[in-house]
Design a protein around this ligand. Sequence first.
Ligand SMILES: NC(=O)c1ccc[n+]([C@@H]2O[C@H](COP(=O)([O-])OP(=O)(O)OC[C@H]3O[C@@H](n4cnc5c(N)ncnc54)[C@H](OP(=O)(O)O)[C@@H]3O)[C@@H](O)[C@H]2O)c1
Length: 292
Amino acid sequence: MNLAFKLNTGYSIPLVGFGTYQIRGSELIYETLDYALNAGYRHIDTAVVYGNEHHIGNALKKLLPKYNLKREDIFITSKLISQVNKGERFVEELVLKSLSNLQTEYIDLYLIHWPGVSGLQVSHPDNIKYRKCTWNVLTKLHREGKCRSIGVSNYTVKHIRELLADCNGVRPAVNQVEWHPRCFQLELLELCRSEGIFLQAYSSLGTSNYTELRQDPVVTDIAARLNRSPAQVLLRWGLQRNVGVLPKGSSKGHIDENIALDFVIPPEDMKSLDHLKETSGAKFAWNPDTVV
Ligand SMILES: NC(=O)c1ccc[n+]([C@@H]2O[C@H](COP(=O)([O-])OP(=O)(O)OC[C@H]3O[C@@H](n4cnc5c(N)ncnc54)[C@H](OP(=O)(O)O)[C@@H]3O)[C@@H](O)[C@H]2O)c1
């Protein structure tokens, strides 16, 4: 199953993408992307800080012909963290470096990874100035066709409103945030939806560092009754709200399973999953709430 959503730029983004955080090294990237393309994934999520863009570029060069795919058949996302005081030209070079690492003339989606700025305290008012500088660069590259869609990640309601008030003529197409039954914000979803911003979930499975979400008894019980795996239930829970998902998997079994999401979670089970936030709320990744 790989349905797509039409972004506010007119380009379609596959609802299920392949997350590559902590998948490093040319062999592992090649092997996992081979499994992913074979399973039907057409969307790959990376970032400058993942340190794997160049391995992805090399792997795709061989794998696209293997699966008889063209560049335009796949959707690639990358992202960068804003820098202190280095100017628009420097930020532009960083984005162009991502494109050259990925061996592509254009990128489908480029995100500001985090509202904060590398090397700056989260409470520092200059976070606003430098993330604005990064956004201006992305708008320029979008106009030049090098970044087909641009967006943000880890932006809270406050950061989204600030950007919409002064977006240099290009509205964000996507906001990628931690989103799973123990951590989600309907206010953010509603804001994004009403402003035409696609919400994309990361760490839907509770990250590589923790297993507790995948082992939550509410999740495992629903999975057993639906004859699916806990991971499939967690991913399907996101999709049933039209939120995109980006499961990271290292084995063929996990990668195949995470795109086989053609089933429905009944409303009463959706409610039980929604309720997990109240009973056992937990954030597994970084928290942008305190970034000014
Ligand atoms: N924008 C951001 O700030 C941000 C932050 C975090 C993540 N992300 C993106 O979102 C992606 C996903 O998030 P994540 O990397 O935090 O991890 P995740 O997808 O929530 O969880 C990955 C973990 O789940 C396991 N897993 C995968 N499929 C499974 C299955 N079917 N059954 C049981 N276990 C399974 C994986 O094991 P194996 O590896 O052993 O298969 C790994 O330990 C990232 O890779 C990245 O692309 C973005």
